[in-house]
Design a protein around this ligand. Structure first.
Ligand code: NAD
Length: 356
């Protein structure tokens, strides 16, 4: 039968439209190492990695879990729990006490494991114990990891541990070694959001400069807050310079201690979330946001060269780049110099320890 008005053949109308979905293409699994895998931070971090929150929903992961020999029993419990999570992206788990086994062919490494500070231990003793661990792990990474492996050091003193690790892994580019200041960054963002009474997502471009220690400089001077769809400078919105130079800075610097005082344990949940954020942004990019990362210093902003210093960075195609051209006030200069001096001293002490 032809159409009444134009005489053309009638259109056949389907009663139900079939929507053909593109099949989900899974990437080949990548190997990801986590050290200190029987510890507190790893307990939160492993789920985030294995559930797709770090490398994306189509990227299966093979987890290589490193801890020390006396912790293998505990680690076995963690392995059981990972199996019991029945995570579709978890391609396999390798628990081990051998760094060379743990780092074999890994594309990413979260170096969380380190010796905790014991009572009466001086900062120098802690540094000495930990840089030895990172010297050994640098050597192992150098031998067996992929040459494009992205390494995030969480274990303290994180910046100097990352520097030492890179020194003992000369075949891996130095820019592949980073230290975590993202927890401090997230804390700073949350403090400003709270002060301004806005959701945390509406604040961006805070900066943590320097060391992940009490000399770090949380800087709000370039931060922006979204008010009604328009980005406004945070200093103008807060309108309280004294707060931004004092209470804001000290609250972020001392937040770790405040959590320990309240919880009687360190901030493992938020540290794990920060480690996920850091690695996700490094792999998948930051867009137009800045994030804080401890990276090898090229002397930008008058900082000491060849220390791992936290800067504002953007990430594109897996490569970080320090944000350039920011104005440094006299106050900021003083703060950057203090934390830079501490890092230069830590580096000197660490290199001394590594000699033997
Ligand atoms: N950069 C940051 O922002 C940040 C934040 C929070 C905590 N941290 C640091 O992260 C580290 C881990 O914290 P945690 O709460 O998970 O501690 P934790 O004591 O619960 O766990 C540490 C784990 O590391 C293991 N370990 C020790 N030496 C090791 C080695 N040579 N190789 C492999 N594993 C080893 C221990 O056996 C333990 O299982 C600490 O150094 C802590 O100070 C850093």
């Amino acid at each position: 039968m032809s159409c009444f008005c134009c005489g053309s053949a009638p259109r056949i109308v389907e009663e139900t439209e079939i929507i053909v979905k593109e099949p989900v293409v899974m990437a080949a699994p990548i190997k990801v190492a986590v050290t200190g895998a029987a510890g507190q931070i790893a307990y939160s971090l492993l789920y985030q990695i294995a559930s797709g929150a770090v490398f994306g929903p189509n990227q299966p992961v093979y987890l290589h879990l490193l801890d020390i020999a006396p912790m293998m029993g505990v680690l076995n419990g963690v392995v059981m729990e990972l199996a019991d999570c029945a995570l579709p992206l978890l391609a396999g788990v390798l628990p081990t006490a051998n760094p060379e086994e743990a780092f074999k062919d890994v594309a990413a490494a979260f170096l969380v494991g380190s010796m905790p500070r014991k009572e009466g231990m001086e900062r120098k003793d802690l540094l000495s114990a930990n840089v030895r661990i990172f010297k050994e792990q640098g050597q192992a990474l150098d031998k067996v990891a992929r040459k494009d492996v992205k390494i995030l050091v969480v274990g303290n003193p994180a910046n100097t541990n990352a520097l030492i690790c890179s020194k003992y892994a000369p075949s891996i580019p130095r820019e592949n070694f980073t230290a975590m200041t993202r927890l401090d960054h997230n804390r700073a963002q949350a403090q400003l959001a709270d002060k301004l009474g806005v959701p945390v997502r509406d604040v961006k471009n805070v900066i943590i400069w320097g060391n992940h220690s009490s000399t770090q400089f949380p800087d709000a001077s370039n931060a922006l807050v979204n008010v009604g769809g328009i980005n406004k400078p945070v200093p103008a919105a807060v309108n309280d310079d004294e707060y931004l130079k004092t209470t804001f800075v000290t609250t972020v610097q001392k937040r770790g201690a405040a959590v320990i005082a309240a919880r009687k344990m360190s901030s493992a949940l938020s540290a794990a979330k920060a480690a996920s954020d850091h690695m996700r942004d490094w792999f998948l990019g930051t867009g137009d946001r800045w994030v804080s990362m401890g990276v090898i210093s090229d002397g930008s902003y008058g900082t000491p060269r060849d220390v791992v210093f936290s800067f504002p960075v953007t990430v594109t195609n897996g490569k970080w780049k320090i944000v350039e051209g920011l104005t440094i006030s006299d106050f900021a200069r003083e703060m950057l110099d203090i934390t830079g001096k501490e890092l230069a001293e830590e580096k000197r002490d660490a290199l001394e320890v590594c000699k033997d």
